[in-house]
Design a protein around this ligand. Sequence first.
Ligand code: NAD
Ligand code: IPM
Ligand code: MN
Length: 346
Amino acid sequence: MAHRIVTLPGDGIGPEIMAPTLELLGRLGDFDFEQHTFGGASIDAHGVALTDEVLAACRGADAVLLAAVGGPKWDTTDPSKPRPEQGLLGLRKGLGLYANLRPVKPLPALYDASPLRRERIEGTDLLVVRELTGGIYFGEKTRTATSASDVCSYTTAEVERIARMAFSAARSRVSSVDKANVLETSRLWREVVGAVHAREFPHIELEHVLVDNAAMQLIASPRHFDVLLAENMFGDILSDEAAMLTGSIGMLPSASLGDQNSPTPGLFEPVHGSAPDIAGQGIANPLAMFLSAAMMLRHGLGLADEAQALEGAVETALADGLRTPDLGGGARTGEALEAVLARLSS
Ligand code: NAD
Ligand code: IPM
Ligand code: MN
């Protein structure tokens, strides 16, 4: 039976990187793609970034593939106006996708595309495990004429489940990021992560790293890290920073997963946004999107061989010289597709 995939191209470069991804997937297996309007495009069409119909379609799918949302057209500081990003947050929450996995493994072909020296990044292979449905993103928000607030809160259960995900994914070490010298949520985070470690994963090394230091260590000695476990906002910021180890934010894929016991379709999307500054020019790097599709094949659909074939084709294309402008080259999105397609069939 064909796998049912809901696709959400979204805004900006979203549709430009989604179309080639579907072409690649079409070569790899039997998929039914069901495309829906989402984000800013959905605000224009329906007044909200995520409609009940689209959420229901996502719930009923085998996996959800998302490109990116947002853009200047919908940028507003008025809290009563809809925003594309609300769609993304609503989807993550609505599907119970509390664990966001962002692998950061610079490819040898791109060592010299990073602003960091090759010796620094060589051999880096880390995974950011970001908590995705709690923290300051989802706490109560208030706004008056002269003040505003965003509440950051976590429960023990929320920290336990993401900690388990991080320890399960670790080979040797979990570096748990917090700001326990200042924040109460971080002190709870540190206690709970420590307890899960002692009880269930004593064979894995655990270190607690303050977030400001973590941001520095990520650049100073990226090879040190195996799994970087972080709450929602810290994980968001650290993963964009980590992207530069791979040469470009246009290289970083992600998988958002829920509980194994209450199966929910996974959501797969690049870490980057809708890149309004280059939208419509046909020069977006589609590789983060291709690699997110590979994560969907592996983690969402159990198609490990197909995932590996796609990742291998991306790697070979880069080794053979493929470079979009963000990587210092001149290849267009369509040329990137052709380069990867050619290596997929060979
Ligand atoms: P961004 O990630 O869209 O872009 C940052 C910079 O990286 C830009 O210079 C852009 O051109 C470049 N870039 C990003 N992806 C690229 C790609 N695939 N190829 C080549 N260059 C790429 O971040 P931003 O500019 O801060 O945000 C733009 C919009 O995207 C905002 O509305 C933001 O809320 C939204 N956003 C959405 C998501 C998402 O949908 N998951 C993620 C992050 C940001
Ligand atoms: C990401 C994005 C989103 C986030 C925004 C667009 C809401 O930056 O997926 O990393 O902060 O989670
Ligand atoms: Mn982000």
